[in-house]
Design a binder for this molecule. Sequence first.
Ligand code: PMP
Ligand code: GLN
Length: 380
Amino acid sequence: LASKLPDVGTTIFTLMSALAAEHQAINLSQGFPDYPCDPDLLNALAEAARAGHNQYAPMAGLPALRDAIAAKLHAQHGLEFDPATEITVTAGATQALYTAIAAVLHPGDEAIVLDPSYDSYAPAIQAQGAKAVRIAMPAPDFRPDWALIARQITPRTRLILINNPNNPATSNLPAADLDALADLAEAHDLLVLADEVYEHLVFDGQPHRSVLAHSRLRDRSFAVYSFGKTFHATGWKVGYCVAPARLTNEFRKLHQFLVFAVNSPAQHALAAYLRLSQSWQSLPAFFQPRRDLLAAGLEAAGFRLIPSAATYFQLADYSAIRPDLEDVDFARWLTIEHKVASIPLSPFSEHGSRERIVRFCFAKQHATLEAALEKLKALG
Ligand code: PMP
Ligand code: GLN
């Protein structure tokens, strides 16, 4: 078999979570909470299943859930989105990203990806016979260089992917970057795929700026979200894609043959829960103390921090601890010898990275973070 993805192995998240389990390390690698979801959400799921919502949901998503998502978008942005033509419920953000990429790209097309980038983007592009044109955003600021990006655009460029807030960079784009993105997209007639799964996880009182709220980006963008992030339920794998009708129409042509429809009881539960609760508003206050606890402990253990403006991750430079080790080896060493698992940064860039940086997840109970920091004290 001629591989369509000859350079792709098993994702770093799977590798590091497996290594953490094998060595009984505290798992701060793959991003998922270790505390329970809101009991109201769990009750809503049980009620939905018991009420008999156990058969196929409508292809584009349960109408009640799409209505609830439209109401949420209105509460967030003060804008109207048509649930019938602009909102599609997906099997997590991962499926939404893949579907948008597959809907847009033809073989030979090019899509711009800014590195470090979430690991599903480039393979999804390559699987379409298209080319991921990957442009580095250098550490430690990870800012997009719009002039450099503009120089990489060719007549085959169709799409630019943007991840804001950014995993793994932990950045939150200022308004000027969204304006620059809009200038570029307009000048070259590009579509935008905006991965905004961490929209609610922004700190220090900063706002998140969505492409959906940008007058010149909204009409050319797919925006992708994940209830896994917003409701601490990564295992549910339910998300959604918001895009103008002409883009949603193409998106759904693929969606119906990738999954047809998404988990029905979970959609009923999410629709009911969204009507009751605006719990996402408390996410910054929920996560910021965890970020600060982890950051202080990592610094005391000898790491140099790259400030986390957003997401539930903290980047840390370990060059004062083990400058001899590359990041993948450092993450393995820390897991095996010190029983704390992290994610190295190099798998998120096309040519790896020479930085000495790893990523820790702080979507954890305080006790878990404290136990990890206790183990890391031995480094100091
Ligand atoms: N995009 C980014 C940036 C992510 O970090 C993740 C994983 N949490 C996803 C997409 C995938 O989200 P989901 O679990 O809903 O598929
Ligand atoms: N998004 C999560 C992270 O960045 C992991 C998702 C996955 O395992 N694919 O850690």
